[in-house]
Design a protein around this ligand. Structure first.
Ligand code: ATP
Ligand code: MG
Length: 397
């Protein structure tokens, strides 16, 4: 019976010392949650590597079921933040003759799925007390493969297969490649952010990027019902479900901004409508952030994308915030944002044509360089704190 493990690497060099232990614990917890419907994993931390034994799980499976299991496990692990790369590895005893015996079978197994005419062996000795050095391990394992596998040759420059051998204290591992993971930090390792989640392309991507840096997410969505439809809300909830594939399940508070938008429209200059609405959103977000214990707000703003995203507008927006506003897309081009939105499966949902609360009341010529003193003067004519209270009270489900 083959013994198999997934080698899970986490890359961040910054995570030295005491932090590392904390990080590993959270990462292991995230992995366990993520794969829980497939298996109850046995994960061990050894010398900067997580080793997840899957021998028991694949033991009784036929070839098709085994491949299906490995495929699902792979895609789950590739969505976990904090994983730098993974490898599916055959386990052998850390003894050269065992490794030489096991390697041909490893090659034959891969050959069932694709043509492999050439190979090379790359060996690494993590256990420095191991009697053979890396070049010797590589050449002996290579010779063993040449002897036992028919019609195969060595090509050190452009092989069809690289057989990696890693000899460690507890075991030796034979694997083909390192499959790149999400990178970043495990969810929950770096506080919590309140995401201002619209139905657009940008904000889900912003939430994804902050979560990849370890920030757990809670969200608020503003609507202008009945000017915006129930279907627009349904779209946001589907975006949330898609984002949850990476970010884990999270709450979305929905808040109807209509009373504030009406007041702004009737009492403030038309061209200030957008910036006043944005400051109003931030004020509501301040309060919700406190309730959900968030350390920051997150938006999908990108410099220069629209009138409300000029440097001047961002400064005036910031002045309404009690917490830092994190804008991970600030320097991103739209095409790059779209690329990420597609990768994470949000794009097709985001482009569905439902009205957002902001588009309903969009002024024709918004100010692009608002001055805070003018905006404050306009806000004096609005009963901001009364409106905040009204909107929040109406939004409690
Ligand atoms: P998006 O694609 O994320 O909707 P956008 O390019 O349309 O962004 P704006 O409409 O100016 O830009 O919004 C900027 C940011 O403000 C959004 O990325 C989002 O974080 C927040 N925001 C806008 N509308 C809403 C809303 N209805 N509910 C919650 N947050 C919103
Ligand atoms: Mg928008």
């Amino acid at each position: 019976m083959d013994e198999m493990a997934v080698l899970i690497r986490y890359g961040e060099v910054a995570l030295k010392g005491g932090n590392r232990h904390h990080f590993e614990r959270i990462l292991m917890r995230r992995i366990k949650e993520k794969v829980s419907d497939l298996m109850d994993p046995d994960i061990k931390s050894k010398g900067g590597l997580l080793i997840m034994d899957i021998t028991k799980e694949i033991n009784d499976l036929n070839e098709t079921k085994k491949n299906d299991f490995l495929g699902r496990l792979r895609s789950k692990l590739l969505s976990v933040f904090g994983i730098d790369s993974i490898s599916f590895a055959l386990i052998t005893k850390p003894n050269l003759s065992y490794i030489i015996d096991a390697a041909p079978g490893f090659v034959e197994q891969l050959r069932r799925d694709r043509a492999i005419d050439t190979f090379k062996v790359e060996a690494k000795r993590s256990d420095k007390s191991f009697p053979a050095k890396s070049p010797e391990i590589a050449s002996k394992v290579g010779a063993g493969i040449l002897k036992a596998v028919k019609n195969i040759g060595v090509d050190v420059h452009n092989p069809d297969l690289i057989v990696n051998v890693n000899v460690r204290n507890e075991n030796a591992y034979i694997y083909e490649d390192r499959i790149r993971g999400q990178g970043g930090l495990p969810l929950g390792a770096c506080g919590k952010g309140l995401l201002l989640l619209s139905g657009g392309i940008d904000s889900p991507v912003a939430g994804f990027l902050m979560a990849r840096r370890g920030m757990s997410i809670s969200a608020v969505h503003f609507n202008s019902y009945p000017y915006t439809s129930k279907r627009a809300l349904d779209k946001v909830m589907r975006l949330k479900d898609q984002l949850a594939e990476y970010v884990g399940n999270f709450d979305v508070r929905t808040v109807n901004l209509l009373p504030a938008q009406m007041a702004i429209r009737s009492k403030a200059p038309e061209n200030e409508g957008t910036i006043l609405t944005r400051r109003f959103m931030i004020r509501i977000a301040n309060i919700i952030a406190e309730e959900v214990h968030a350390n920051a707000l997150i938006t999908g703003e990108s410099l220069g994308q629209v009138a409300s995203q000029t440097a001047e507008s961002l400064a005036v927006t910031d002045a309404a915030a009690n917490l830092p506003i994190l804008r991970p897309l600030i320097a991103y081009d739209k095409r790059d944002i779209i690329g990420i939105a597609k990768d994470i499966g949000c794009y097709d949902i985001s482009v569905e044509p439902f009205e957002d609360c902001c588009t309903v009341f969009l002024p024709k010529h918004p100010v692009t360089k608002p001055r805070l003193e003018n905006i404050l003067r306009s806000e004096e004519k609005l009963d901001i704190s009364g409106l905040v209270q009204e909107v929040l009270e109406a939004s409690i489900d």
